[in-house]
Design a protein around this ligand. Sequence first.
Ligand code: CIR
Length: 263
Amino acid sequence: MRMFDYTDAIVRSPAQSVVSGLRKNPEAVPDFNGVLREHAAYVAALRRTGLKVEVLPPLETFPDSVFVEDPALVLPNGAVLLRPGAPTRLFESKELRPVLNRRFHTLLELSDGEFADGGDVLVTPEIVYVGLSARTNRAGAEALLRLLARFGLKTRIVETPEGILHLKSGVSLLSEETLLANSAIAQSGMFGDFKIVELPPAEEHAVNAVRIRDTVLMNARFPRAIELIAKQGLHVIPLQIDEVVKLDAGLSCMSLRWFAAEG
Ligand code: CIR
C-alpha cells in the first residue's frame, strides 16, 4: 500500500464545546482560542505538504469531534465508519457518513456492540495493526479485521500497552520499515519486523507524529525527538499543540489522510 504520498485530507474545525472534551486530567481545561489557533496552524501545515484539505464545520454536540481520525478509517480503496468506545463519541461517525460517501466508492461500517477507534489503527505497508484499548474491544477489532479483509488487507490484533489512550499514542510509522515508538512499545517486541526509533523517556509524548511524503509534523515541545527525526533525513514541521495535548490528543488525531488515485 502507498504509505506517505497522501493527496487528500479531511479535518473538522473545533467546536466551542471542545473545552469539555474527554481528558485524563479534568483540571487541564484547554483554551478555546488556543485550540483554534493550533488547529489552524495544523491545517496550514497539511496544505504546505501539498494535501487538498476539506475543512468540515464544527459540531457543538460532539466536544471531541475535532479528532476526526477516531470515528473513521480511510484507505486508498475505501473507508470504514468506526464506533469509538467512548459514549460521547459513539455517534460522531454518523456525521461523517455523507462526507465519506461522497469521497469513497466503498464505505463499510461496524455494528452494535463492536467498538473500534481509529486512534488504535496503525496502517503499515504489509499489515494493518489494531490495538485493543479502552476504546477498541475484541469484538470491534475482529469485526474491523473482517471488513479490512474485504479490501485485501492483512491485519493483526495487538494489545495497546497500559497507560496510553490509544495504540497510536505510543507508536507512529516513520518509514516503510521504521516505527517511532515509546519505550513500552519499543520493548514489547509486538512489531517484530520493524526497525524502531525509541524516544527518550522525557520526550515520549513526541511519538504521535504524522509523516506526509518526506515531511513529518511533530509536537514542537520536543527538540531531541525532532533532532532524531531530522537525522533520518526527514523534513520536520514543528507545531505547537499545547492546548490539544490537554485533551490527550496529538497530531494524527486531527485529520483523516489518504491517497486518492484520481489525484
Ligand atoms: C478522546 O479522549 O477521545 C479525545 N479527547 C482525544 C482523542 C485523541 N485521538 C487520538 O489520539 N487518535
